[in-house]
Design a protein around this ligand. Structure first.
Ligand code: AMP
Ligand code: MG
Length: 396
């Protein structure tokens, strides 16, 4: 059908899914909203802060009165309204978070004062406005603070709590079918013969789908024959996205693409210049998008992370999914054959950060993948990197 580079394939996935996704929303309690995607915008219900507020424990003063020895006219605590007015030449003791008394225009930190009975001595000058968080400086009443399409994590939940949203409208989670194929693949409850493998892909994909915000539905394993594959694909199409693993390479029994074609699928690409995961298929049947992910565990994991994850996030209503790329310093030289963008298991250390490739036996080496906390990303156009060079990393 079509061969794409990594960047082209990524663009195709994002554009196709964004253009054809079908979003529905529901109302949930704030307690249940973490990890969901906002389907409405959220606005400030009042000014934030609602009054001028102190950011320090200390004394509210008029800057013009400093330095000086000022009588302490009273106290405002956090949780008290500021009733008392500050007169010229006075100080009012104030706590962090308390409203600034009218008449004051600065706060002096308690550490910069000497209290002497009913008065306080301040030896330094103060700038007007210092340590005051003015009313409305964080947000104005009615201002939009979160837009639809924003995924809700702890900070966004805190913001919704701040503005008094006890319920929030979020998008429905997309349902994602997971269909493993392969005559050699057995359920994890079975004891595999030497020529068989346990179905690890269904498990890794289910976790990846869930992390991305989708609801995984694992189907039985399809045999490498058309009837079995057709029957299970048909079941898998009752979903927003169908993920198939295996059966998309050039082998005699790799029939997934053919069976998808029999359903009248639109194919957007069926080969991407990456490794692992080159024979990757992406398309759509009616309203259901699908990926045919190559069956080797590393291929399945990598192609999900770099392509299918964005599809799940978009189907979940996220406005703009990003890949968590960063740069890290290589601890050893790295060479590869140009032409393919490679995603290889690696360890990123804390600090600088430093990047170390993990030795592995290739795409079936799940043990190496489990030792990795990242994938190093070897650009398709560059052949070699020296120790100490910065290299791109995809964080897991
Ligand atoms: P395929 O993409 O169908 O050619 O599969 C490539 C290899 O991936 C197979 O030889 C299996 O060893 C492995 N494999 C395929 N499906 C799975 C699966 N569901 N779980 C674990 N390994 C698999
Ligand atoms: Mg197979």
């Amino acid at each position: 059908v079509a061969t794409c580079t990594f960047a082209q394939a990524r663009r195709v996935v994002v554009e196709q899914v964004r253009a054809a996704r079908y979003l529905e929303s529901e109302l949930v309690q704030l307690e249940a909203a973490a990890g969901r995607v906002l389907a409405e915008s959220a606005a400030a219900d009042r000014d934030y802060p609602p009054v001028d507020r102190s950011v320090r424990d200390g004394y509210a003063v008029r800057a013009a009165d400093l330095p000086g020895d000022l009588p302490v006219a009273g106290e405002v605590r956090a949780g008290q309204a500021a009733r008392m007015k500050l007169e010229a030449g006075q100080a009012i003791e104030i706590m962090t978070g308390a409203p600034i008394p009218p008449g004051a225009d600065a706060v002096v930190m308690v550490e910069h004062t000497v209290r002497q009975g009913f008065s306080v001595r301040v030896d330094r000058t103060a700038e007007s406005g210092q340590f005051i968080n003015p009313r409305g400086s964080e947000a104005k009443c009615g201002e939009t603070l979160l837009a639809a399409g924003q995924r809700l994590d702890f900070a966004q939940i805190a913001l919704l709590a701040t503005i008094g949203k006890t319920q929030v409208r979020v998008f429905r989670r997309p349902v994602v079918s997971i269909l493993s194929t392969g005559d050699e693949v057995v359920d994890i409850h079975e004891t595999p013969q030497p020529h068989q493998v346990r179905n690890s892909n269904a498990r890794s994909l289910a976790v990846q789908v869930q992390r991305a915000g989708g609801m995984p539905r694992i189907l039985p394993v399809a045999h490498d024959d058309e009837d079995s594959t057709r029957w299970l694909i048909e079941k898998g199409l009752h979903a927003d996205l169908l993920l198939l693993s295996g059966g998309v390479s050039a082998g005699k029994y790799d029939i997934v693409e053919k069976v998808l074609g029999d359903f009248g699928a639109d194919f957007y690409f069926d080969r991407v210049l990456i490794q692992p995961g080159q024979p990757l298929v992406f398309g759509r049947i009616d309203r259901t998008f699908f990926f045919g992910l190559p069956g080797n565990p590393a291929s399945t994991m990598v192609t999900f992370e770099i392509f299918a994850r964005a599809a799940v996030q978009l189907l979940h209503g996220e406005a703009d999914p990003v890949l968590p790329f960063t740069l890290a310093k290589l601890t050893a030289p790295f060479r590869h054959k140009t032409g393919l963008t490679r995603f290889l298991p690696a360890q990123v250390s804390n600090g600088t950060p430093e990047l170390t490739p993990i030795p592995w036996q290739g795409s079936s080496d799940v043990a190496a993948l489990a030792r990795a906390n990242a994938f190093l990303v070897a650009d398709a156009e560059r052949e070699s990197w020296e120790a100490g060079d910065l290299m791109q990393v995809l964080l897991k």
